[in-house]
Design a protein. Structure first.
Ligand code: SF4
Length: 261
């Protein structure tokens, strides 16, 4: 069995926040929408020089991505692919991830993606979607989720129809006339299966006054991103929660889904 040091040498990093290893990729790989300006990676890059250095194209994240192989995932129960960066940008990327997933049938691979969008989120790249569906999403240990934000929220009905799970985050940036402000784009729609993400909704004030989520909750999360059937994961904005009571906000959001659905 491969040890922790070899996993790190092989390109993985361990995240205490997620409670698992993940494999990152540099910022040049992202397929961006205007919501990306509010991405937690950008905020983290402003706060930490090391993250900025790692995420800069050609930096540590890209080096780690290049050297990863099936062996580094051996024996892991769960792993996140691309906590930052885009894992499935090209067909060759998809093929590479498929090989890792097939070579490790007992490992659950969590793979959020924006590679299915084009024109800054306005349109879906149907051909790439089909390629991912056929080769990767069909594998029993792959958990592929479409990353949703206010600039891609209009794709939810099509994603649901094609049985894609989604991960929604409401950025501060929204298109003009955005109609889902403060709620989830699947609200009231047939087929919606909204899951409040524990890590971002069950927040509390730490001793230093900062609002934090439960550490490591992704390692044991049951009905969120690792759910076998289709799911709509709703990620809460930490910064906004800091100004309010996170618990009260959650109850309010749940009531709003119940009463107005
Ligand atoms: S839904 Fe679960 S696995 Fe997904 S981010 Fe939230 S805690 Fe982690």
């Amino acid at each position: 069995m491969i040890n922790k040091i070899d996993r790190l040498r092989g390109g993985l990093v361990y995240s205490k926040a997620l409670g698992m290893f993940n494999l990152n990729r540099g910022g040049g790989s992202c397929r961006r929408t205007p919501a990306c300006a509010d991405c937690y990676v950008n905020r983290s890059c402003q706060a930490y020089k090391l993250t900025k250095k790692a995420w800069t194209p050609g930096g540590t994240d890209d080096k780690n991505w290049s050297k990863a192989s099936s062996e580094v995932f051996e024996g892991l129960g769960r792993v996140r692919i691309a906590s930052r960066g885009e894992a499935l940008r090209t067909k060759a990327d998809v093929d590479r991830v498929v090989a890792w997933v097939k070579d490790n049938p007992d490992t659950l691979f969590w793979i959020p993606t924006r590679a299915i969008y084009k024109n800054r989120g306005k349109d879906l790249d149907q051909g790439h979607m089909e390629y991912i569906e056929y080769h990767l999403a069909s594998l029993p240990n792959a958990r592929v989720l479409a990353s949703l934000d206010p600039f891609t929220a209009h794709h939810w009905p099509m994603l649901e129809k094609r049985m894609w799970s989604t991960m929604f985050y409401e950025s501060k940036n929204m298109p003009k006339g955005y109609k889902f402000k403060g709620t989830h784009p699947a609200k009231g729609q047939d087929g919606a299966k909204i899951h409040f993400c524990t890590k971002t909704w069950d927040l509390y004030f730490a001793d230093n006054g900062r609002v934090v989520g439960p550490k490591g909750s992704c390692a044991t999360c049951e009905n969120g991103c690792f759910e076998l059937s289709r799911v709509d994961v709703w990620l809460r904005n930490h910064a906004r929660a800091a100004k309010n009571s996170a618990v009260t906000d959650k109850i309010r959001a749940m009531e709003s889904l119940d009463t107005e659905a």
